[in-house]
Ligand binder design. Structure first.
Ligand code: ZN
Length: 199
């Protein structure tokens, strides 16, 4: 495989990128000066070296510390609330809304009723919840589509022992999120309404 084919194949792994676009990216890079390519290459290398995954919420973070937990988790204002989201961008979007003061947990994927897959971070979620001393409510904030709904149902089942033992309520986002909506693309007003009307 030559360099062009190799890079095309790598771009094909990106979300939403098809063959045509992958090739466009490669030819775009070929048209750029070598200084740009070097900068891009070193940024990619830096990603794996400086970005860590928080051992509490599992989002990616970059801080000049040896801490295993991100500043967002370390400085959670309201520890009685925990929101579960699918991915990092969803967390960032809720955070940008500025109304939610509780803790976060990034699932890192969704379950699908068709593909019998399992959630990679279920164990981490259980451990996290067990370690929460004053947690009162878990808000499941997944996209309003079949996989989001299915994952929410499964989470509720899995979390039953915690709800009983630790007396925790589980809620999901309320009105404002219309069917098919991704948290990632919702504006802060919509997220605020959905959080306030959780049920
Ligand atoms: Zn964190």
């Amino acid at each position: 495989m030559n360099s062009i084919e190799k890079l095309t194949e790598l771009f094909l792994k990106f979300p939403g990128v098809g063959m045509r676009q992958a090739r466009r990216f490669v030819y775009f890079l070929l048209s750029m000066p070598s200084s740009f390519l070097k900068e891009l290459a070193s940024s990619l290398l830096n990603l794996s070296q400086t970005v860590k995954q928080c051992q509490s919420c599992w989002r990616f973070f970059e801080e000049n510390t040896e801490e295993k937990v991100c500043a967002l988790c370390a400085n959670t204002e309201d520890k009685s609330l925990l929101v579960i989201v699918e991915k990092d961008v969803d967390l960032e979007n809720i955070r940008a809304g500025g109304v939610f003061k509780g803790g976060y947990f990034v699932l890192g994927g969704l379950l699908s009723p068709l593909s019998q897959n399992s959630l990679a971070r279920m164990r981490e979620l259980s451990i996290r919840i067990q370690n929460e001393k004053i947690l009162q409510e878990i808000i499941i904030a997944l996209g309003a589509h079949p996989n989001g709904d299915y994952t929410a149902q499964q989470l509720k089942k899995i979390l039953v022992p915690h709800i009983k033992e630790q007396d925790i309520t589980i809620t999901t986002l309320g009105r404002g999120l219309s069917t098919g909506t991704e948290i990632e693309y919702s504006d802060s007003e919509t997220i605020k309404n959905a959080l306030e009307s959780r049920k």
